[in-house]
Write a protein that binds this ligand. Structure first.
Ligand code: ADP
Length: 213
């Protein structure tokens, strides 16, 4: 989406609050000639920000506003929205992982190895599956049931929420560990946060609350 100039922003505000409004009236408000306004009005109309109706004037495109807001949300960085990762050691038992899941009220746990590097992902269904027909969950380490490296889909703090949303939808998963690469060659990652589908929903809510006027 193109970035608007200061004047285009001004015109957009005028149309938003006064629309439908004619080109002549907009020009008067800005103390400009209609000819001087024409290129900006053309850009605003072509980009979809405003619509023009003959003999009615210019008016604000509400649908475009929603698209703009959605875009500004999804271009936010993961780093600004990430939550704390809830972590267990990879030798922790499935029983302890289930307790942890309830205590922390999360849907997914991340397992780390003895050096603190990301080793696995443990979801609700992983735990349910392990519980079926397994008598001794305190003896079963999570490392046996978790999704392991290098099969973990991760995201960097500098990536966008849009990228996070895409990864979760494409891979049918509820959360992504936010990581920084520790050592490129060994495929090791330090865990710095988590992004979940809830994170994306919350970002939308916050932005809509801020922007509603
Ligand atoms: P649930 O299993 O509770 O529905 P998910 O849909 O997130 O939760 O998990 C589905 C499967 O994908 C599980 O086996 C889980 O271990 C795995 N998984 C979850 N998150 C990731 C991830 N970021 N990368 C790779 N695998 C994952």
């Amino acid at each position: 989406m193109i970035k608007l100039s200061k004047r285009q922003d001004e015109i957009l505000e005028i149309v938003k609050h006064n629309g439908p409004i004619t080109g002549k009236q907009i020009a008067e408000k800005l103390s400009l000639s209609r000819a001087a306004l024409r290129p900006d009005l053309a850009i605003l109309t072509m980009s979809g920000n405003i619509d023009a109706r003959p003999r009615v004037g210019y008016f604000y495109n509400e649908k475009f506003k929603v698209k703009r807001q959605a875009e500004s949300i999804l271009h936010q960085k993961v780093n600004n929205y990430k939550a704390h990762p809830i972590v267990v050691g990879k030798s922790a038992s499935v029983y302890d992982a289930i307790v942890q899941l309830f205590l922390e009220d999360v849907g997914t746990l991340y397992a780390v190895d003895s050096d603190g590097y990301l080793a696995g992902v443990i979801s609700r269904k992983d735990l349910l599956r392990a519980s079926l027909g397994n008598q001794n969950l305190s003896e079963l380490p999570v490392s046996v049931i978790m999704t392991r490296m290098p099969n973990i889909i991760t995201i960097n703090p500098e990536e966008s929420l849009l990228e996070a949303a895409r990864k979760m939808i494409q891979n049918h998963i509820d959360s992504l560990p936010v990581v920084r690469e520790a050592d490129k060659h060994e495929n090791t990652y330090l865990l710095v946060g988590r992004i979940t589908k809830t994170t994306i929903t919350r970002a939308y809510l916050e932005m809509m609350d801020e922007k509603s006027d």
